[in-house]
Design a protein around this ligand. Structure first.
Ligand code: HEM
Length: 493
């Protein structure tokens, strides 16, 4: 066959595939970007750029509540779709995207297990370790760690003329804390990164690895491309986790619950899912607080009025009574979603109905967290940080019900976050202790082009990277020992 003939045959096949995907495919009637409707290279491109979360916002703004962003993929943006895709009644399972993670592990972790029965067994074991009863057990170890973290700022703040410390990058700081905390949680000992920050580089390696995994997940065929830069970083990170997991298994014995290879895989999963999520969430909360001095001042007075000593700030009635703290955390999780992308689920045998549309078996469906939690149909002024929207004294029951219906930072159903209780405890204690001890102020030295809260949010969005977990740098924050005074920042809306 001549080369010319071969090229013509290939072009003819490609044209037929494009024609089928655009006009005769079962999803052909759904709107979406042309390139996305034709090929999954579209999603590979956005995964490698790390802007899937922002792209889904753009797509839904342009095309409406259902978007076809891959030949066989649909993204929805309503709470009813969220239930239909992720709840325990949903006729879906984790899509083959999750199989990518097993490229790196000997056995799939709970998160990477797509078989529903096997997933349920592993998840049950994990949920025992992460039950409410166990969070009380972990609390003391975490409080010890937190004490060291809080003291870091004390030393510098108390030695400056005006009492304000130099600025700290809070993403970097919280990464150290969260990483050490997950070391305690999984292996019974901290990684010591608060003393030696280099040790937390493993987190950046893992996140970069996830960027590669995201891309391969959309197109397993490209794994032969050996996205080397990503793969070598994730392999390096996993080797380190494995070394810790081996120590743990040898110490405690294996075979009860998880087998030894499963234990290695689970602990790698837990350190990553538990550390980078919490670090990102805490940094986002502080970002919104220092950008909204009135809100920060109100939260300061709630915390300083509830507790009279740092040691009182721990799990219990008093912490649970801090409703404004809970609202500030929820509002930050809503506005700055920690998990990006569109967690994909594959429709099971017999198909399913989503928002009145029949979706056939085998289609990948999902609801991007960033989109649903900024949906103006459920949130007034969705781009504003308004903790009061969650409180009965400042919001009507209907508004709160609507807001709750679209609120899903931890996912839902049998594959939702199994560490949610611990995550909430860790965030509440950390923010409360930090604000009890210090006044916080945004470092304004880098603010040459932005002057309003909205602009700063936009800038943070644009600089953020979706590598499964959405991370940003900063905010840069100064600390001053608290004298129960107000804050000094100005914010122009
Ligand atoms: C603010 C913090 C956190 C957020 C927003 C968050 C969010 C999520 C979400 C959305 C999922 C579903 C992922 C998917 O379907 O692919 C998930 C799963 C998971 N999370 Fe979290 N998470 C957080 C903290 C934690 C912590 C602290 C731990 C551990 C102590 C943890 C452990 C897990 C595990 C093991 C899974 C997999 C569950 C499964 O597949 O059944 N997470 N998380």
């Amino acid at each position: 066959m001549s080369v010319q003939l071969l090229v013509s045959a290939v072009l003819c096949i490609i044209s037929c595939v494009i024609c089928h995907r655009l006009y005769f495919h079962p999803l052909a009637r759904y709107p979406g970007p042309l390139f996305g409707r034709i090929t999954d290279w579209y999603s590979v491109y956005h995964s490698l750029r790390g802007d899937r979360h922002l792209n889904f916002l753009r797509l839904h703004r342009t095309y409406g509540p259902v978007v076809r962003y891959g030949p066989n993929r649909l993204s929805f943006s309503t709470p009813t779709a969220f239930q239909a895709v992720y709840s325990s009644q949903a006729n879906t399972k984790k899509s083959y995207w999750y199989d990518t993670m097993t490229f790196y592990m000997k056995v799939p972790s709970t998160h990477a297990t797509t078989n529903k029965k096997q997933h349920a067994r592993k998840r049950w074991i994990l949920s025992q370790a992460l039950s409410d009863r166990m969070t009380v057990v972990y609390e003391q170890a975490f409080l010890n760690l937190l004490q060291g973290f809080i003291r870091r700022f004390h030393k510098v703040a108390s030695h400056t003329k005006d009492g304000w410390s130099p600025s700290f990058d809070m993403t970097e700081e919280f990464t150290l804390l969260a990483f050490d905390s997950m070391g305690m949680f999984c292996f019974g000992e901290s990684f010591g990164s608060l003393q030696d920050p280099k040790k937390a580089e493993i987190i950046e390696n893992t996140l970069e690895g996830f960027r590669g995994m995201n891309a391969i997940g959309y197109m397993p065929g490209i794994s032969w491309l050996q996205l080397d830069a990503f793969q070598s970083r994730v392999s390096r990170a996993l080797k380190e986790y494995e070394a810790h997991a081996t120590m743990l298994a040898n110490r405690r014995g294996s075979g009860e619950g998880f087998t030894f290879p499963e234990l290695q895989s689970e602990s790698s999963l837990l350190v990553t899912t538990g550390a980078d999520t919490i670090a990102a969430a805490l940094a986002n909360i502080v970002f919104h607080l220092v950008n909204n001095p009135d809100i920060l001042a109100r939260l300061n007075s709630e915390i300083r009025g509830t507790f009279s000593d740092l040691a009182e700030i721990r799990i219990g009635k008093s912490l649970n009574s801090c409703s404004y703290l809970a609202a500030c955390i929820d509002e930050s999780l809503r506005l700055s979603s920690v998990v990006g992308g569109c967690l994909m689920r594959e429709v099971g045998p017999g198909g399913t109905t989503i928002d009145g549309d029949f979706i056939p078996q085998g289609v990948d469906v999902g609801v991007p967290f960033h989109v649903i939690m900024r949906n103006p149909d459920y949130y007034d002024a969705p781009l504003e940080y308004l903790p009061q929207r969650w409180l009965p004294e400042t919001s009507s029951p209907e508004k709160i019900r609507a807001a709750r219906s679209a609120f899903c930072p931890f996912g839902i159903g049998p594959t939702g976050c199994v560490g949610k209780s611990w995550a909430l405890v860790e965030m509440k204690i950390t923010i409360a202790q930090l604000l009890f001890q210090y006044d916080l102020q945004r470092d304004e030295s880098g603010d040459t082009h932005v002057s309003s809260c909205m602009q700063r949010l936009h800038q943070r969005d644009e600089e953020s990277l979706d590598r499964f977990v959405v991370t940003s740098k900063g905010p840069k924050v100064k600390f001053r020992l608290a004298k129960a005074t107000g804050t000094a920042n100005e914010c122009t809306k």
